[in-house]
Design a protein around this ligand. Structure first.
Ligand code: FES
Ligand SMILES: [Fe+2]
Length: 381
């Protein structure tokens, strides 16, 4: 039993001690489901808002589909399948003409709904097949969100990252890297932050943190994995933000996951037995979107709370240290993991599970269930 919240053994495959796996149920996944594919009817982070500049075409592969983005004259973003239906030239090689894209090869023009509105040849007749798929996009919290499924997109389902909004009072930094691994492997890294005591030791974690097991619970459709870690050596990042005295602290890491790839970490330190102070904590925003089945767009940001003395140098240093952690410590490990796992089903590889895996196990099984339900719905079951 965990200290509070939902007991770890409430989750499938993890036994009462929270440390061993009942293998049989996990091996029942049929052969045809080994290659999971992607959940399509969900909001994904396509890019940061600033990636799509007025007057430019921005290309990005998402869920194995090539997508081209641009902004209409009113500033709203547009996303179209990046392939001309005539001779399949990528549309990002073409030209923006007002709110339309003109293909560079023979000049077909497409509006922001993907409808062909001009054939410059002969009588100008437009064949019925001369349309491009358009994707619902919403710009919110400085992020361009995309919906790649066929079901109606509901913007109310976009998770809250309002701490990134201009005017929120939070001090923010942003970054992005590409991970050469499946987005679920990267998500498992984020839902099991026990790794900070090894992979990010001294920077984001310290050895005494290993005493604390995660508490996993569900709330408002999101999965939460929380760790309260009393009286631990203060890691460098938090020492810089907090009192810079190197004294032990009480630390916490509370991670929220919204399927399929949106994570929000509330992390910080306080004086042992004390209360949370404005300095010493921040939100870590972690957003993973599949590029392909073996590569991931990883967007991250930090948001220090209102009332923190504004100090650009501290924000820059926080961003620098976090980037080191993600790009130089997490990425090589998760990339190496992908090299070993390849396209095998993880359960078929019979992983040894630990109590720290309660969150990742729950997340992976949730995504599997959502994909299965989506496929069954599409098949009319
Ligand atoms: S390939 Fe685009 S117009 Fe011909
Ligand atoms: Fe990490």
């Amino acid at each position: 039993m965990c200290a509070r919240g939902v007991p770890i053994d409430a989750y499938p495959g993890v036994d009462r001690a929270g440390a061993r796996l009942h293998r049989a149920p996990l091996n029942r996944i049929p052969e045809q489901e080994r290659s999971m594919g992607f959940l399509r009817n969900a909001w994904y982070v396509a890019c940061w808002s600033e990636d799509v500049q007025a007057g430019e075409l921005f290309r990005r592969k998402l869920l194995d589909e090539d997508v081209v983005f641009y902004r209409k004259a009113d500033g709203d973003p547009v996303a179209l399948f990046n392939r001309c239906p005539h001779r399949f030239i990528p549309l990002h090689l073409g030209h923006l003409k007002g709110d339309t894209i003109e293909c560079c090869y023979h000049g077909l023009q497409f509006d922001c709904t993907g409808r062909c509105i001009k054939n410059p040849h002969g009588d100008g007749r437009i064949p019925a097949a001369a349309n491009v798929r358009s994707y619902p996009v919403v710009e919110r919290h400085g992020i361009v969100w995309i919906w790649m499924g066929d079901r109606e997109a509901d913007a109310a389902l976009i998770p809250d990252y309002s701490m990134l909004d201009a005017g929120s009072g939070f001090h923010t930094t942003k970054g992005a890297i590409n991970i050469a691994a499946n987005y679920i492997l990267m998500g498992e890294n984020l839902l099991d932050l026990s790794h900070v005591a090894y992979l990010h030791k001294g920077l984001l974690g310290s050895a005494q943190m290993l005493q604390t097991l995660p508490v996993v619970r569900e709330e408002n459709g999101a999965l939460h994995v929380d760790r309260d870690m009393p009286n631990v050596d203060v890691p460098a990042v938090f020492n810089m933000l907090f009192r810079q005295d190197g004294k032990p602290v009480d630390a916490w890491q509370n991670m929220r996951w919204t399927a399929p790839g949106c994570y929000l970490l509330d992390a910080g330190v306080k004086a042992p037995g004390g209360e949370r102070e404005v300095r010493g904590w921040y939100y870590g925003i972690h957003l993973v979107t599949p590029e392909t089945s073996s590569t991931t767009h990883y967007h991250f940001a930090s948001a220090r709370p209102p009332g923190t003395a504004f100090d650009a140098a501290t924000d820059e240093e926080l961003a620098r240290l976090r980037r080191i952690a993600f790009a130089e410590q997490d990425k090589p490990i998760v990339d190496a993991q992908q090299q070993v796992v390849g396209d095998q089903d993880l359960w078929a590889m019979k992983p040894a599970l630990l109590a720290i895996d309660a969150g990742p196990v729950r997340m992976r099984r949730t995504i599997e269930g959502l994909i299965r339900a989506e496929r069954e719905a599409a098949a009319g079951h």
